[in-house]
Design a protein around this ligand. Sequence first.
Ligand SMILES: Cc1cc2nc3c(=O)[nH]c(=O)nc-3n(C[C@H](O)[C@H](O)[C@H](O)COP(=O)(O)OP(=O)(O)OC[C@H]3O[C@@H](n4cnc5c(N)ncnc54)[C@H](O)[C@@H]3O)c2cc1C
Ligand code: FES
Length: 351
Amino acid sequence: MSETFTITVEPLEREVECGSDQAILDACLRAGVWLPHACTHGTCGTCKLQVLEGDIEHNDSSDFALLEFERTEGKALICVATPNSDVTVEADVEAEVGVTHYPVSDYVGTVVQIEDVARETRRILIDLDREMAFNPGQYVTVEVPGTDETRTYSMANPPGEPGRIELQIRRTPGGLATDGWVFKNLAEGDSIPLSGPFGRFFLRAARPEPMILIGGGTGLAPLKSIVRHVLEQGLDQRLYLYQGARAQADLYDVEFFRALAEQHPAQFTYRPCLSDEEWDGPTGMVTDVVAADFETCRQHTAYLCGPPPMVEAALKTLMKKRLFPKDIYREDFFDASDKATGGVRSPLLGT
Ligand SMILES: Cc1cc2nc3c(=O)[nH]c(=O)nc-3n(C[C@H](O)[C@H](O)[C@H](O)COP(=O)(O)OP(=O)(O)OC[C@H]3O[C@@H](n4cnc5c(N)ncnc54)[C@H](O)[C@@H]3O)c2cc1C
Ligand code: FES
Protein backbone atom coordinates (compact mmCIF):
# COMPACT_ATOMS: atom_id res chain seq x y z
CA MET A 1 0.00 0.00 0.00
CA SER A 2 1.26 3.46 -0.88
CA GLU A 3 2.30 5.67 2.02
CA THR A 4 2.44 9.46 1.91
CA PHE A 5 5.61 11.37 2.80
CA THR A 6 6.54 15.03 2.98
CA ILE A 7 9.12 16.43 0.59
CA THR A 8 10.74 19.66 1.78
CA VAL A 9 12.32 21.66 -1.02
CA GLU A 10 15.14 23.95 0.10
CA PRO A 11 15.94 26.81 -0.22
CA LEU A 12 12.38 27.41 -1.42
CA GLU A 13 11.00 26.34 1.97
CA ARG A 14 8.15 24.50 0.24
CA GLU A 15 6.58 21.30 1.52
CA VAL A 16 4.88 18.85 -0.80
CA GLU A 17 3.03 15.58 -0.15
CA CYS A 18 4.39 12.66 -2.17
CA GLY A 19 3.24 9.04 -2.39
CA SER A 20 5.81 6.29 -1.82
CA ASP A 21 5.17 5.15 -5.41
CA GLN A 22 5.29 8.68 -6.86
CA ALA A 23 8.34 10.40 -8.34
CA ILE A 24 9.45 13.36 -6.24
CA LEU A 25 9.49 15.64 -9.29
CA ASP A 26 5.95 14.63 -10.20
CA ALA A 27 4.70 15.54 -6.73
CA CYS A 28 6.46 18.91 -6.88
CA LEU A 29 5.23 19.83 -10.37
CA ARG A 30 1.66 18.91 -9.47
CA ALA A 31 1.86 21.08 -6.35
CA GLY A 32 3.09 24.04 -8.41
CA VAL A 33 6.70 23.79 -7.21
CA TRP A 34 8.58 23.99 -10.49
CA LEU A 35 11.99 22.34 -10.59
CA PRO A 36 14.31 21.96 -13.62
CA HIS A 37 13.70 18.83 -15.67
CA ALA A 38 13.83 17.68 -19.27
CA CYS A 39 13.29 13.98 -20.13
CA THR A 40 11.35 12.85 -17.00
CA HIS A 41 12.64 9.30 -17.62
CA GLY A 42 15.91 9.24 -15.68
CA THR A 43 18.04 9.68 -18.81
CA CYS A 44 19.33 13.24 -19.15
CA GLY A 45 20.44 14.26 -15.64
CA THR A 46 18.72 17.66 -15.74
CA CYS A 47 16.67 17.01 -12.58
CA LYS A 48 19.65 15.88 -10.50
CA LEU A 49 19.74 17.38 -7.04
CA GLN A 50 21.07 16.80 -3.56
CA VAL A 51 19.11 14.85 -0.98
CA LEU A 52 19.87 16.51 2.36
CA GLU A 53 17.78 14.24 4.57
CA GLY A 54 15.71 11.10 4.23
CA ASP A 55 15.76 7.89 2.28
CA ILE A 56 14.90 7.47 -1.40
CA GLU A 57 14.67 4.76 -4.06
CA HIS A 58 16.63 5.53 -7.27
CA ASN A 59 14.39 3.23 -9.33
CA ASP A 60 15.05 3.52 -13.06
CA SER A 61 17.82 6.16 -12.90
CA SER A 62 20.31 5.69 -15.73
CA ASP A 63 23.76 4.60 -14.56
CA PHE A 64 25.18 7.13 -17.02
CA ALA A 65 23.11 10.10 -15.83
CA LEU A 66 23.63 9.30 -12.13
CA LEU A 67 27.05 7.85 -11.49
CA GLU A 68 27.84 5.51 -8.62
CA PHE A 69 29.84 8.13 -6.69
CA GLU A 70 26.98 10.64 -7.08
CA ARG A 71 24.59 8.14 -5.52
CA THR A 72 27.03 7.74 -2.64
CA GLU A 73 27.15 11.53 -2.26
CA GLY A 74 23.36 11.65 -1.94
CA LYS A 75 22.48 12.94 -5.41
CA ALA A 76 19.24 11.78 -7.03
CA LEU A 77 17.33 12.04 -10.29
CA ILE A 78 14.03 13.16 -8.86
CA CYS A 79 12.05 12.49 -12.05
CA VAL A 80 12.26 8.78 -11.19
CA ALA A 81 13.32 8.70 -7.51
CA THR A 82 10.58 7.94 -4.98
CA PRO A 83 10.64 8.59 -1.22
CA ASN A 84 10.97 5.90 1.47
CA SER A 85 10.58 8.50 4.25
CA ASP A 86 10.10 12.23 4.64
CA VAL A 87 12.80 13.78 2.46
CA THR A 88 14.53 17.17 2.24
CA VAL A 89 16.11 18.13 -1.08
CA GLU A 90 18.20 21.09 -2.13
CA ALA A 91 17.14 22.57 -5.46
CA ASP A 92 19.00 24.99 -7.66
CA VAL A 93 16.22 27.02 -9.23
CA GLU A 94 16.85 30.25 -11.05
CA ALA A 95 13.77 32.41 -11.45
CA GLU A 96 13.51 33.47 -15.07
CA VAL A 97 12.05 36.83 -16.00
CA GLY A 98 8.69 36.61 -17.74
CA VAL A 99 8.27 32.85 -17.28
CA THR A 100 5.11 31.42 -15.72
CA HIS A 101 5.15 27.75 -14.80
CA TYR A 102 1.89 25.81 -14.98
CA PRO A 103 1.21 22.86 -12.66
CA VAL A 104 1.17 19.35 -14.07
CA SER A 105 -2.18 17.61 -14.07
CA ASP A 106 -3.83 14.48 -15.50
CA TYR A 107 -6.08 14.65 -18.53
CA VAL A 108 -8.13 12.23 -20.58
CA GLY A 109 -7.64 12.73 -24.30
CA THR A 110 -9.80 11.46 -27.15
CA VAL A 111 -8.10 10.88 -30.49
CA VAL A 112 -10.00 12.89 -33.12
CA GLN A 113 -7.64 12.56 -36.09
CA ILE A 114 -4.73 10.41 -37.19
CA GLU A 115 -2.91 11.51 -40.33
CA ASP A 116 0.16 10.09 -42.09
CA VAL A 117 2.06 13.29 -42.85
CA ALA A 118 5.44 11.91 -43.94
CA ARG A 119 7.40 8.67 -44.10
CA GLU A 120 6.93 6.89 -40.75
CA THR A 121 5.43 10.06 -39.29
CA ARG A 122 1.94 10.66 -37.95
CA ARG A 123 0.07 13.69 -36.76
CA ILE A 124 -2.34 12.85 -33.95
CA LEU A 125 -4.98 15.36 -32.88
CA ILE A 126 -6.34 14.78 -29.39
CA ASP A 127 -9.22 16.56 -27.68
CA LEU A 128 -8.67 17.01 -23.95
CA ASP A 129 -11.36 16.65 -21.32
CA ARG A 130 -10.45 20.19 -20.21
CA GLU A 131 -8.05 22.92 -21.27
CA MET A 132 -4.34 22.64 -20.47
CA ALA A 133 -2.27 25.75 -19.76
CA PHE A 134 1.31 25.39 -20.97
CA ASN A 135 4.26 27.22 -22.46
CA PRO A 136 4.90 26.79 -26.19
CA GLY A 137 7.48 24.02 -26.58
CA GLN A 138 6.42 21.85 -23.64
CA TYR A 139 5.37 18.22 -23.81
CA VAL A 140 2.93 15.65 -22.43
CA THR A 141 3.50 12.12 -21.20
CA VAL A 142 1.10 9.46 -22.47
CA GLU A 143 0.42 6.08 -20.97
CA VAL A 144 1.24 3.20 -23.30
CA PRO A 145 -1.79 0.84 -23.14
CA GLY A 146 -1.27 -2.55 -21.56
CA THR A 147 2.02 -1.49 -19.93
CA ASP A 148 3.07 0.62 -16.97
CA GLU A 149 5.29 2.69 -19.30
CA THR A 150 4.85 6.28 -20.41
CA ARG A 151 6.29 8.09 -23.42
CA THR A 152 6.79 11.78 -23.95
CA TYR A 153 5.58 13.80 -26.96
CA SER A 154 5.87 17.51 -27.60
CA MET A 155 2.81 19.59 -28.29
CA ALA A 156 2.88 21.19 -31.74
CA ASN A 157 -0.17 23.36 -31.06
CA PRO A 158 0.22 26.77 -29.43
CA PRO A 159 -1.20 27.50 -25.95
CA GLY A 160 -3.90 29.56 -27.68
CA GLU A 161 -5.48 26.19 -28.59
CA PRO A 162 -5.56 24.66 -25.09
CA GLY A 163 -8.34 22.09 -25.62
CA ARG A 164 -6.96 20.16 -28.61
CA ILE A 165 -3.35 19.05 -28.75
CA GLU A 166 -1.38 18.13 -31.84
CA LEU A 167 1.34 15.48 -31.57
CA GLN A 168 3.79 14.57 -34.33
CA ILE A 169 5.14 11.06 -33.82
CA ARG A 170 7.82 9.20 -35.75
CA ARG A 171 7.92 5.42 -35.79
CA THR A 172 10.86 3.77 -34.05
CA PRO A 173 11.36 0.24 -35.41
CA GLY A 174 10.64 -2.17 -32.56
CA GLY A 175 9.53 0.72 -30.35
CA LEU A 176 7.04 -0.10 -27.61
CA ALA A 177 4.83 2.98 -28.06
CA THR A 178 5.27 3.74 -31.75
CA ASP A 179 5.64 0.38 -33.51
CA GLY A 180 3.62 -1.44 -30.89
CA TRP A 181 0.74 1.03 -30.56
CA VAL A 182 0.63 4.41 -32.39
CA PHE A 183 1.50 2.86 -35.78
CA LYS A 184 -0.29 -0.39 -35.07
CA ASN A 185 -3.72 -0.09 -33.55
CA LEU A 186 -4.27 3.45 -32.28
CA ALA A 187 -7.61 4.57 -33.73
CA GLU A 188 -9.75 7.67 -33.87
CA GLY A 189 -12.12 7.70 -30.91
CA ASP A 190 -9.58 6.01 -28.62
CA SER A 191 -9.18 7.39 -25.12
CA ILE A 192 -5.65 8.31 -24.00
CA PRO A 193 -4.73 9.14 -20.40
CA LEU A 194 -1.99 11.76 -20.43
CA SER A 195 -0.30 14.27 -18.14
CA GLY A 196 1.34 17.63 -18.61
CA PRO A 197 2.72 20.12 -19.20
CA PHE A 198 6.36 19.07 -18.73
CA GLY A 199 9.76 20.37 -19.72
CA ARG A 200 11.89 23.45 -19.81
CA PHE A 201 12.22 23.71 -23.55
CA PHE A 202 9.85 26.58 -24.17
CA LEU A 203 9.75 30.04 -25.63
CA ARG A 204 11.49 32.74 -23.61
CA ALA A 205 9.13 35.50 -24.70
CA ALA A 206 10.97 38.14 -22.65
CA ARG A 207 14.13 37.73 -24.73
CA PRO A 208 14.24 40.21 -27.58
CA GLU A 209 16.95 38.55 -29.72
CA PRO A 210 16.15 36.97 -33.10
CA MET A 211 15.55 33.25 -32.70
CA ILE A 212 17.16 30.45 -34.71
CA LEU A 213 14.97 27.33 -34.45
CA ILE A 214 16.43 24.05 -35.69
CA GLY A 215 14.35 20.88 -35.77
CA GLY A 216 15.26 17.41 -37.01
CA GLY A 217 12.45 14.97 -37.89
CA THR A 218 9.57 15.32 -35.43
CA GLY A 219 11.78 17.77 -33.52
CA LEU A 220 9.70 20.20 -35.54
CA ALA A 221 6.74 19.73 -33.17
CA PRO A 222 7.64 22.07 -30.29
CA LEU A 223 9.12 24.58 -32.76
CA LYS A 224 5.77 24.71 -34.57
CA SER A 225 4.12 25.55 -31.25
CA ILE A 226 6.64 28.33 -30.65
CA VAL A 227 6.43 29.78 -34.18
CA ARG A 228 2.64 29.73 -34.20
CA HIS A 229 2.49 31.33 -30.75
CA VAL A 230 4.85 34.17 -31.66
CA LEU A 231 3.09 34.95 -34.95
CA GLU A 232 -0.48 34.46 -33.76
CA GLN A 233 0.05 36.52 -30.60
CA GLY A 234 1.74 39.30 -32.57
CA LEU A 235 4.98 39.10 -30.54
CA ASP A 236 7.82 40.96 -32.20
CA GLN A 237 10.52 38.27 -32.18
CA ARG A 238 12.32 37.57 -35.46
CA LEU A 239 12.17 33.85 -36.32
CA TYR A 240 14.39 31.68 -38.53
CA LEU A 241 13.04 28.13 -38.71
CA TYR A 242 15.26 25.32 -40.07
CA GLN A 243 13.62 21.95 -40.67
CA GLY A 244 16.06 19.11 -41.26
CA ALA A 245 15.08 15.88 -43.02
CA ARG A 246 16.73 13.25 -45.18
CA ALA A 247 14.46 13.39 -48.23
CA GLN A 248 11.27 15.03 -49.39
CA ALA A 249 9.33 11.97 -48.20
CA ASP A 250 10.35 12.89 -44.65
CA LEU A 251 9.31 16.55 -44.81
CA TYR A 252 5.90 17.67 -43.63
CA ASP A 253 4.02 20.90 -42.91
CA VAL A 254 6.09 22.54 -45.67
CA GLU A 255 3.12 24.30 -47.26
CA PHE A 256 1.92 25.41 -43.84
CA PHE A 257 5.22 27.12 -43.03
CA ARG A 258 5.67 28.52 -46.55
CA ALA A 259 2.28 30.19 -46.24
CA LEU A 260 3.25 31.62 -42.84
CA ALA A 261 6.50 32.95 -44.31
CA GLU A 262 4.55 34.67 -47.10
CA GLN A 263 2.19 36.23 -44.55
CA HIS A 264 5.07 37.44 -42.33
CA PRO A 265 7.99 38.10 -44.73
CA ALA A 266 9.80 40.53 -42.43
CA GLN A 267 9.47 38.34 -39.33
CA PHE A 268 9.56 34.69 -40.32
CA THR A 269 12.07 32.86 -42.52
CA TYR A 270 11.49 29.17 -43.26
CA ARG A 271 14.31 26.90 -44.50
CA PRO A 272 13.50 23.22 -45.02
CA CYS A 273 16.77 21.32 -45.71
CA LEU A 274 17.38 17.85 -47.14
CA SER A 275 20.55 15.95 -46.31
CA ASP A 276 20.23 12.98 -48.71
CA GLU A 277 18.42 14.32 -51.76
CA GLU A 278 18.89 17.08 -54.33
CA TRP A 279 15.86 19.33 -54.72
CA ASP A 280 15.01 22.96 -55.37
CA GLY A 281 15.61 23.91 -51.71
CA PRO A 282 18.74 23.87 -49.51
CA THR A 283 20.63 20.58 -49.60
CA GLY A 284 23.03 19.37 -46.89
CA MET A 285 22.99 18.80 -43.17
CA VAL A 286 20.71 21.33 -41.53
CA THR A 287 23.64 22.53 -39.42
CA ASP A 288 25.71 23.26 -42.55
CA VAL A 289 22.84 25.25 -44.03
CA VAL A 290 22.59 27.32 -40.83
CA ALA A 291 26.36 27.84 -40.83
CA ALA A 292 26.25 29.10 -44.42
CA ASP A 293 23.32 31.43 -43.72
CA PHE A 294 24.80 33.16 -40.65
CA GLU A 295 28.18 34.85 -40.63
CA THR A 296 27.80 35.07 -36.85
CA CYS A 297 25.05 33.97 -34.48
CA ARG A 298 25.97 36.48 -31.77
CA GLN A 299 23.00 38.40 -30.34
CA HIS A 300 20.59 35.57 -31.21
CA THR A 301 18.93 32.83 -29.21
CA ALA A 302 18.56 29.27 -30.50
CA TYR A 303 16.06 26.48 -29.93
CA LEU A 304 17.26 23.01 -30.96
CA CYS A 305 15.10 19.91 -30.99
CA GLY A 306 15.25 16.38 -32.33
CA PRO A 307 17.51 13.33 -32.22
CA PRO A 308 20.39 13.85 -29.75
CA PRO A 309 23.17 13.66 -32.41
CA MET A 310 21.49 16.42 -34.44
CA VAL A 311 21.02 18.58 -31.36
CA GLU A 312 24.67 18.09 -30.42
CA ALA A 313 25.85 18.95 -33.96
CA ALA A 314 23.67 22.07 -34.03
CA LEU A 315 25.02 23.14 -30.66
CA LYS A 316 28.60 22.89 -31.89
CA THR A 317 27.79 24.81 -35.06
CA LEU A 318 26.13 27.62 -33.13
CA MET A 319 28.95 27.85 -30.60
CA LYS A 320 31.49 28.11 -33.43
CA LYS A 321 29.33 30.97 -34.69
CA ARG A 322 29.76 32.72 -31.33
CA LEU A 323 26.54 31.79 -29.60
CA PHE A 324 26.94 31.01 -25.89
CA PRO A 325 25.30 28.00 -24.16
CA LYS A 326 23.14 30.35 -22.08
CA ASP A 327 21.51 31.49 -25.32
CA ILE A 328 20.80 27.96 -26.55
CA TYR A 329 17.76 25.96 -25.49
CA ARG A 330 17.64 22.30 -26.40
CA GLU A 331 15.28 19.35 -26.33
CA ASP A 332 16.91 16.00 -27.01
CA PHE A 333 14.41 13.34 -28.04
CA PHE A 334 16.04 10.69 -25.84
CA ASP A 335 14.61 7.20 -25.99
CA ALA A 336 15.11 3.89 -24.21
CA SER A 337 18.33 3.20 -26.12
CA ASP A 338 19.90 6.46 -24.89
CA LYS A 339 19.07 5.45 -21.36
CA ALA A 340 20.68 2.05 -21.79
CA THR A 341 23.76 3.30 -23.61
CA GLY A 342 24.31 6.68 -22.00
CA GLY A 343 23.12 9.27 -24.51
CA VAL A 344 23.46 11.87 -21.81
CA ARG A 345 23.79 15.50 -22.76
CA SER A 346 26.68 17.62 -21.63
CA PRO A 347 26.35 18.48 -17.94
CA LEU A 348 28.22 21.72 -18.69
CA LEU A 349 25.21 23.17 -20.43
CA GLY A 350 22.75 25.06 -18.33
CA THR A 351 19.98 24.92 -20.91
C1 LIG B 1 11.24 15.50 -23.98
C2 LIG B 1 10.97 14.55 -25.12
C3 LIG B 1 10.03 14.89 -26.08
C4 LIG B 1 9.79 14.02 -27.15
N1 LIG B 1 8.90 14.40 -28.12
C5 LIG B 1 8.72 13.60 -29.20
C6 LIG B 1 7.85 14.01 -30.28
O1 LIG B 1 7.22 15.06 -30.23
N2 LIG B 1 7.74 13.18 -31.33
C7 LIG B 1 8.42 11.97 -31.43
O2 LIG B 1 8.27 11.27 -32.45
N3 LIG B 1 9.22 11.56 -30.40
C8 LIG B 1 9.39 12.34 -29.30
N4 LIG B 1 10.20 11.91 -28.28
C9 LIG B 1 10.69 10.51 -28.28
C10 LIG B 1 9.60 9.61 -27.66
O3 LIG B 1 9.37 9.97 -26.31
C11 LIG B 1 9.95 8.11 -27.67
O4 LIG B 1 11.20 7.92 -27.07
C12 LIG B 1 9.96 7.52 -29.05
O5 LIG B 1 8.68 7.70 -29.66
C13 LIG B 1 10.28 6.03 -29.03
O6 LIG B 1 9.38 5.37 -28.17
P1 LIG B 1 9.00 3.84 -28.38
O7 LIG B 1 8.27 3.38 -27.17
O8 LIG B 1 8.34 3.61 -29.70
O9 LIG B 1 10.41 3.15 -28.47
P2 LIG B 1 11.23 2.39 -27.23
O10 LIG B 1 10.53 1.10 -26.90
O11 LIG B 1 11.37 3.35 -26.15
O12 LIG B 1 12.53 2.03 -27.97
C14 LIG B 1 13.37 3.05 -28.49
C15 LIG B 1 14.64 2.44 -29.03
O13 LIG B 1 15.40 1.94 -27.95
C16 LIG B 1 15.69 0.56 -28.16
N5 LIG B 1 15.67 -0.02 -26.81
C17 LIG B 1 14.59 -0.26 -26.03
N6 LIG B 1 14.99 -0.78 -24.84
C18 LIG B 1 16.34 -0.83 -24.87
C19 LIG B 1 17.34 -1.28 -23.96
N7 LIG B 1 17.03 -1.71 -22.74
N8 LIG B 1 18.63 -1.22 -24.35
C20 LIG B 1 18.99 -0.72 -25.57
N9 LIG B 1 18.09 -0.29 -26.49
C21 LIG B 1 16.79 -0.35 -26.14
C22 LIG B 1 14.59 0.07 -29.08
O14 LIG B 1 15.01 -1.06 -29.83
C23 LIG B 1 14.40 1.27 -29.97
O15 LIG B 1 15.38 1.32 -31.00
C24 LIG B 1 10.47 12.77 -27.23
C25 LIG B 1 11.40 12.43 -26.23
C26 LIG B 1 11.66 13.31 -25.21
C27 LIG B 1 12.66 12.93 -24.16
S1 FES C 1 14.59 14.96 -16.16
FE1 FES C 1 15.32 13.53 -14.72
S2 FES C 1 16.93 12.56 -15.75
FE2 FES C 1 16.02 13.80 -17.31
